[in-house]
Design a protein around this ligand. Structure first.
Ligand code: HEM
Length: 498
């Protein structure tokens, strides 16, 4: 894909910008791997919660008619409170992932990204990530397997989800490499532990319950397993035992003998699991990290005829010494400026297997059509296409906050639209989450008469709620829509003086 595809750019950010400069919210919540809420001694882990949540949400897929799958239908109370979704992993996951969700990253995409990051940050394989999942408008059907069901029911559940019996064994073993069963939600299966280092009384599936490895198989095969769904005293609940031995232990034996096989099988099954979506949903290509990617690029109209272009360039897995930005204007002239990189402008991803270096730029131009970069003397221009910028719509530097003495107030955005465009509606859109935790967009319209200013008209949008970032959008007379490149956060605005 080519920048500035906004959706893929934001999805790439959610997937790859994990820690350090511009890091998102996901990786920090699974680092270290035994962190749960704010503590390390609960016996639980956000990572395990998130993996379980992705599975339970996906488990309502029906491969016979192509409906359901990883579609965040678990956010609806009716589905969330079914006995098959016992426990509180799911509501916690939805709360934790709220800040990752926006119009480009559905809650279902966030659940998938959280699963990917949890697995790889806790010693597991790197799972290819696609975006584009669509959040369901209503709860899905029931169908998540429960531990007291017979083997035949489980085989049928997994078939419906799109997995063979052998794949069922694999997926359960891969998932149950993490976490355990809690007494609070499954008192018939496991006891209260009264252990200050395991305050949630979780009886774990293997001895390395916060690390991805094949111990779930080696301990099972060696007969030393403490997995409560294998060696539980009430055999009715021993679903892992029935599943693992359903092919005479052939799959578990192979996993125990080969950590590599376990690793690659789990990578493939986890990939298929998160890519299980309704037939109507088209996932994006696999999002590999872009070697060079502009980020948070903004044009601001600062005064008549003067535009300010600022943003950052992410360089993946390299740290060049000199990065220069070149900006082409409407007349074909090129301006250049050096970028700033300091030692704190670095990040890491995928359990530190990758690094990122960031270079910030800020220059004034009279118009801007595209950017390119000189990286230690080598031209990077997206294979000749340039990094295209749209200077027909942007925020004006006169955007500001109207606050009262108590600090409460609203934002006032001024949107500059180049005069050769004729908008029929100008508005500010903000990403919010609705009562179910799903993404939603809140729109505030501009006044209908713009103020003229040089080459641009200024459309004023008053009374915008202070909160999440805002995007400026204009619907044009010809039916097309233009959008300012950046989500401009309300809190970065200056106070209004007039
Ligand atoms: C027949 C299929 C399955 C059954 C009956 C089953 C059952 C259970 C039960 C009873 C728990 C305890 C939950 C709690 O105490 O909160 C659990 C936890 C868990 N399950 Fe499964 N499971 C199945 C398949 C899977 C699959 C396919 C995955 C993922 C690929 C998965 C991932 C997890 C994880 C990560 C936990 C730990 C949660 C935590 O520690 O908070 N399970 N499972």
């Amino acid at each position: 894909w080519d920048w500035p595809d906004v959706k893929l750019s934001v999805l790439d950010h959610a997937r790859w910008d994990q820690k350090g400069h511009n890091g998102g919210a996901i990786a920090g919540l699974v680092t270290p791997c035994n962190v749960w809420l704010n503590g390390l001694k609960s016996g639980r882990a956000n990572a395990a919660d998130w993996i379980r949540t992705a599975y339970h949400d996906m488990a309502t897929h029906n491969s016979d008619d192509g409906t359901g799958g990883l579609d965040a239908s678990i956010r609806f109370d009716e589905e969330l409170h079914r006995p098959e979704n016992a426990g509180n992993s799911f509501d916690l996951a939805i709360v934790h992932l709220g800040s990752t969700v926006n119009r480009y990253v559905s809650l279902a995409d966030a659940l998938a990204a959280a699963m990917v990051v949890s697995v790889e940050n806790c010693a597991g394989p790197e799972i290819p990530f696609r975006g584009g999942r669509v959040d369901a408008p209503e709860p899905g059907p029931s169908g998540v397997p429960q531990p007291d069901q017979p083997l035949a029911t489980h085989i049928e559940s997994f078939r419906k989800q799109g997995f063979t019996q052998e794949e069922m064994i694999g997926l359960v073993a891969c998932g149950h490499s993490f976490g355990g069963v809690q007494s609070k939600f499954f008192p018939d299966v496991v006891p209260e532990l009264n252990d200050p280092n395991n305050t949630e009384s979780s009886t774990h599936f293997d001895s390395t319950f916060f690390t991805f490895d094949n111990k779930v198989a080696t301990e099972y095969v060696a007969g030393t397993t403490g997995n409560p769904l294998v060696v539980g005293t009430n055999d009715t609940f021993n679903s892992d035992k029935r599943i693992f031995q359903s092919d005479a232990n052939v799959t578990m034996q192979a996993f125990a003998e080969s950590p590599d096989l376990f690793f690659s099988t789990c990578r493939d099954l986890f990939t298929r699991m998160i890519d299980t979506v309704p037939n109507s949903v088209q996932l994006t290509e696999v999002l590999d990290p872009k070697p060079f990617k502009p980020h948070n690029v903004a044009l601001n109209d600062i005064s008549e005829g003067v535009l300010q272009l600022n943003g950052e360039l992410r360089v993946w897995n390299a740290a060049p010494t000199n990065v220069t930005i070149l900006v082409k204007d409407a007349a074909g002239h090129e301006d250049s400026a050096s970028t700033v990189h300091t030692s704190d402008m670095v990040g890491t991803s995928t359990a530190e297997r990758y690094s990122s270096s960031w270079y910030s730029f800020n220059l004034t131009v009279s118009s801007a059509v595209s950017m390119s970069f000189l990286i230690d003397g080598r031209l990077e221009d997206q294979a000749g296409k340039g990094y295209v910028v749209d200077d027909s719509i942007m925020f004006s530097a006169s955007s500001c906050l109207v606050l009262d003495e108590t600090g409460d107030g609203v934002a006032r955005y001024d949107i500059a639209i180049r005069k050769d465009r004729t908008p029929k509606r100008v508005s500010v859109e903000q990403d919010v989450t609705d009562h179910t935790g799903g993404p939603s967009v809140q729109t505030t319209d501009a006044s209908t008469t713009p103020l003229a200013m040089g080459a641009y008209s200024i459309w004023r949008v008053s009374d915008v709620p202070i909160g999440s970032g805002a995007t400026a959008v204009a619907e044009l007379d010809d039916g097309t829509t233009i959008e300012a490149a950046l989500n401009r956060a309300t809190f970065t605005l200056p106070h209004c003086t007039v």
